[in-house]
Design a protein around this ligand. Sequence first.
Ligand code: PEP
Ligand code: MN
Length: 471
Amino acid sequence: MSPINWSPSSWQDKTAAQDVTYPDPEHLSRVLGKIKQLPPLVTPSEIERLRHQLGQVQRNEAFLLHAGDCAESFDACTQQNISNKIGLILSVSLILIWGARLPVVRIGRIAGQYAKPRSSAVEKIGDREVLSFRGDNVNGLSPDDRTPDPERLLSAYFHSTTTLNYVRGLLSSGFASLHHPRDWSLSHVRSPGLKKEFERITEGLSDALGFTRTIGIGSDSVPYERGGNKSVLGEVDFYTSHEGLMLNYEEAMTREFALPDSGNLPEGARPTAFYNTSAHFLWIGDRTRQLTGAHVEYFRGIRNPIGIKVGPSMESEELVRLLDIVNPDKESGRVTLITRYGATKVEKFLPGHIAGVQAAGHPVVWICDPMHGNTLTSASGLKTRHFGTIISELTACIRTHASAGSRLNGVSLEFTGELTEDGFSVTECVGGSMGLSEEQLGLRYQSFCDPRLNFEQSLDVAFLISNHFKK
Ligand code: PEP
Ligand code: MN
């Protein structure tokens, strides 16, 4: 099932943008050898199930929520941070379900989102020039700890495992149950309006779910890997993702398995495929999507559903060629295009991209990332994003799709449920119903990477999308 002339290591013959150079290659090989022996984090069945559900998203039968931190850090791998993040993803998805009247497929930027692409390999700190921080799985944030260390890849594996283990535990113990949405850490949302609106929705949905259960809907006979429901109220599907940037690591986590639904064929006759078992979904960043580059080469051979970031520098023709490479058989659910132009550029670039993809007949999931084209530096020097600009990119996307006979299938957000020690939301993006001003950014700015929407601002975004779909 893998493409011709492809292997998990065939990317090594191509140029990798954003490459990391390790001072001791032997040390790197030893660590990768160890990672290759470690068990998968996710399974082929789960990956197939997500592929199937993304096919439903592509056919407008479900909506996709892709969300989480810009980058996770090893230090932020705590019980409270993980449960707050899951709680926020569940809350936002519930608001979307309510508005769109569609199931929501949830993919977290979690349990492996450590590596970051950078605009420059080096940076100036005071009068020193040091290597840029590339994420916790490469080097340290401290300027004295910038030499890439392979042991950090192993640590990333274990932090991902710990995170995923806790997420699985939370979800299978009723944390996602609509009967206890208070567990989702809404207690610190200080806006009474927001809180009330959210409670109204959870009560409505809880009643509706109670009713479907009473009349026996809620379980079905579709096999698990085909998107079938496990039917337990309170158990929801949740998938993990990260940018597939560190190809050495991705290769070490790539394993060959028989396709899960080929079980009735005799051993030996079952078709196999290569699965990246470090996450259900991986995406190619806007800086590493060169047609002849190493990342595209690696991605074309894995069976996982993949995302591709699409920014203003992408030509329509290039986009179609890229789709031909990573999805030659035009399979539904395989590719999600994550557009991130900047609010003022959507109308200039999106129509051409939609037209090119439609003309080529590629089935794709279209989602809008209203964060990465709208980052700016505030007067105080902090990186920020304005709530209003985020909303305008989203609404421009919805409008542009509608007028091109297409439809926005989902959204990709950088948000956090992280709280300060005294229980307050972070202050990294400007605006929203809490009216955060530029002067207030410094109060509780915690991100070491891109600025994230806080809990209240994320619910605000969810309500805006939800209300739009309700119309
Ligand atoms: C990201 O999603 O954090 C990111 C770096 O995005 P992009 O590749 O679109 O710039
Ligand atoms: Mn980011």
